[in-house]
Design a protein around this ligand. Structure first.
Ligand code: ATP
Length: 199
């Protein structure tokens, strides 16, 4: 489904990724590990079309990734480590969830997003609750691949397990490919079908 072949990326003259391949099938959960600075987030952003590679091909179903268009949710979504960076702090949860299309009620329920939160603002949620909201808003009908970049790194062990149990059940059930970027090898071994390590 999603494939990256021969990916090179440099920031200016500094090469970060050299000849990296990665593939992700429908419903598969793949881990991406590696030391700090090895290029995990860069690869995640490339796969979601947020950056263009210096060289190499990234395809969804054999065709180059479609360009992004206003108000049309992209089939490959990237969730950053810090949910506060992904949501407007002045918006209510209801407005955050509506952004880019009507939220999927089954995804909201599966991720444990409570209707009672809809009138609150991000600062009025716990870290785990905000992480769920920022992921739930990405589950639109066209979603094919979700890239989660250390999304549980700020959560305690119980909240981390709850979120990843719910998230992996949802993506497997929907046949959405899930890339879990994490430096935590034990976490990747527990939740991923296989892992790839950079650096
Ligand atoms: N926009 C940018 N401009 C210049 N250099 C950058 C930029 N973004 C990242 N880098 C550099 O690219 C390298 C890889 O960064 P990246 O964030 O992809 O690594 P990472 O493996 O995700 O690291 P971490 O685990 O610490 O989050 C780092 O040396 C970083 O400083």
């Amino acid at each position: 489904m999603l494939s990256a072949e021969g990916i090179h990326h440099a920031y200016g003259r500094v090469a970060v990724l050299e000849d990296v391949d990665l593939s992700l099938a429908a419903g598969e959960v793949v881990g991406l590990g590696g030391p700090s600075g090895s290029g995990k987030s860069t690869l995640g952003r490339l796969l979601a079309g947020r950056l263009s590679p210096s060289a190499g091909r990234i395809c969804l179903d054999g065709a180059p990734l479609p360009g992004t268009a206003p108000r049309r949710p992209a089939p490959v979504q990237y969730a950053p480590q810090v949910p506060e960076l992904a949501v407007d702090p002045f918006w209510t949860v209801g407005r955050i969830l509506d952004n880019g299309g009507t939220p999927d009620p089954l995804a909201l329920a599966a991720l444990g997003v409570a209707p009672a939160w809809h009138d609150r603002r991000p600062v009025e949620l716990s870290g785990g609750e905000l992480a769920r909201v920022s992921l739930a808003r990405l589950f639109h009908p066209a979603l094919r691949v979700l890239i989660c970049d250390e999304v549980t790194a700020q959560l305690d062990a119980l909240e981390q397990a709850t979120l990843l149990d719910r998230l992996t059940a949802l993506t497997r059930n929907r046949r959405i490919g899930l890339l879990i970027i994490s430096h935590n090898a034990a976490l990747r071994a527990r939740y991923c079908d296989r892992s790839q390590v950079l650096g």
